[in-house]
Ligand binder design. Structure first.
Ligand code: HEM
Length: 381
């Protein structure tokens, strides 16, 4: 049972001990949620009614009313700039849903989107983080439709954000270690705890969001919009950065062109520190490759205990990733069945087959590591 008004989490509730998040204003979740720099609360409360009526003139006036003047934009700190992008963004997606390119409909929004993107060091439109983590809960919650299932979808994403931030830290640590280090399985065990939130999230989604509702009512709000000649995808869950975990665990050197291309396109929708993490580890040696190399080096000898512990912990993380992806694929298939769907590809720009391909990669890596974890370890000294 959810608390009244949805899940109210701050990062500080859940992050790993010792992780210093205080420096990045993007993690000041409670402040961003509370901020209303454009005075948009009343207007956005009426947004679901405008969308239900497909009232394009009202949506156009709403966007024009919210656009701040350049002096106001220049005075916004990062917290307010993120909140301002969130509030403009939900109207952008609404206009697009009803067939209007929002920047063409309200051209004065263009310099504002560009400046907010620059100030926050993010793309010049809203992302899944604006729509979920940075979105207030309760009466001020910004929604396209106002349907409880939309709220559930937003909560499903809200519940994974703190854990993925914490996983960034444990995965970066993993990249610095070798499978013989005692810290290697510990970093993996911390990662396993964090990534379990993805399984909880998809179970919550399966229980509380109907695939038909997603396909026929929500999906259309996540279409891409044109900002100065570049298409930017809408704030969909496909931008949830599970790749932060994949990257150093297996993806950096055991992926395929398809998933690589999807990630290349997805990374721009994430936070600056996450993009830096991607740049730092892309093409590096993954934990799975390090473990495989160590095991080959051991040859037919009995596996040293530390290496065996690393294999068990690595297999556990991969199994959790696999479980998320298998359950997620099931709901995605239901939403993109021919007789249900309105769009052939997901709101992240990729078809359901991509999910199958990524699941296969995850499963192949898990099988490889699980088999090595089954090799008998050397007796304790
Ligand atoms: C009704 C619910 C959902 C449907 C129908 C759905 C569907 C899809 C589809 C079709 C894709 C392929 C990429 C694209 O969209 O272009 C995708 C990707 C993805 N989705 Fe979802 N999704 C749903 C909910 C969720 C939730 C709640 C989460 C996480 C909290 C999530 C996380 C992801 C991730 C991480 C990817 C990237 C691929 C991967 O890492 O496996 N999705 N989703």
């Amino acid at each position: 049972m959810l608390p009244e008004g949805g899940i109210e989490l701050t990062l500080y509730d859940l992050v790993a001990p010792g992780l210093d998040l205080s420096g990045d204003p993007r993690y000041r979740i409670a402040e961003i949620r509370a901020a209303d720099p454009l005075g948009a609360d009343a207007l956005l409360a009426a947004l679901p009614a405008m969308n239900a009526a497909a009232d394009v003139p009202a949506l156009t006036v709403a966007l024009r009313t919210l656009v701040p003047d350049p002096d106001r934009v220049a005075s916004l700190g990062i917290v307010d700039a993120l909140a301002a992008m969130r509030d403009l963004g939900i109207v952008l997606g609404s206009l697009k849903r009803h067939g209007r390119e929002p920047v063409a409909a309200v051209p004065e929004v263009l310099p504002v989107l560009e400046e907010l993107g620059r100030r926050t060091d993010m793309i010049p439109r809203d992302t899944v983080h604006h729509y979920t983590t940075w979105n207030p809960t309760g009466k001020r919650q910004r929604m396209y439709l106002g349907d409880p299932m939309e709220g559930n979808l937003q909560d499903a994403v809200r519940m994974v954000f703190p854990s993925l931030v914490a996983a960034l830290d444990s995965c970066a640590e993993l990249a610095r270690l070798e499978p013989y280090d005692p810290g290697f399985p510990l970093a993996l065990d911390r990662t396993a705890v964090h990534v379990q939130s993805m399984v909880d999230s998809i179970d919550f989604t399966v229980a509380h969001v109907s695939p038909v509702f997603f396909a026929q009512q929500m999906r259309a709000y996540f279409e891409e919009i044109d900002v100065a000649g570049t298409d930017y995808l809408g704030p969909a869950a496909a931008q949830v950065p599970l790749w932060l975990v994949d990257l150093t665990v297996w993806q950096s050197d055991r992926s395929n062109d398809r998933y690589d291309a999807f990630l290349e396109g997805s990374v721009q929708y994430s936070l600056p520190s996450w993009r830096a993490h991607y740049a730092a580890h892309k093409g590096g040696t993954s934990a799975v490759s390090k473990l495989s190399a160590a095991l080959s080096w051991e040859g037919a000898r009995r596996v040293p205990r530390r290496l065996a512990d690393s294999a068990v912990s690595l297999a556990r993380v991969l199994r959790i990733l696999k479980t998320f992806r298998a359950r997620h694929l099931t709901i995605a298939r239901k939403a993109y069945r021919e007789d249900v769907r309105l769009y052939e590809v997901g709101s992240g720009g990729a078809p359901v087959e991509l999910l199958r391909a990524v699941l296969d990669l995850t499963r192949d890596n898990e099988t490889l590591v699980r088999r090595s974890a089954e090799r008998p370890p050397a007796p304790a000294a």
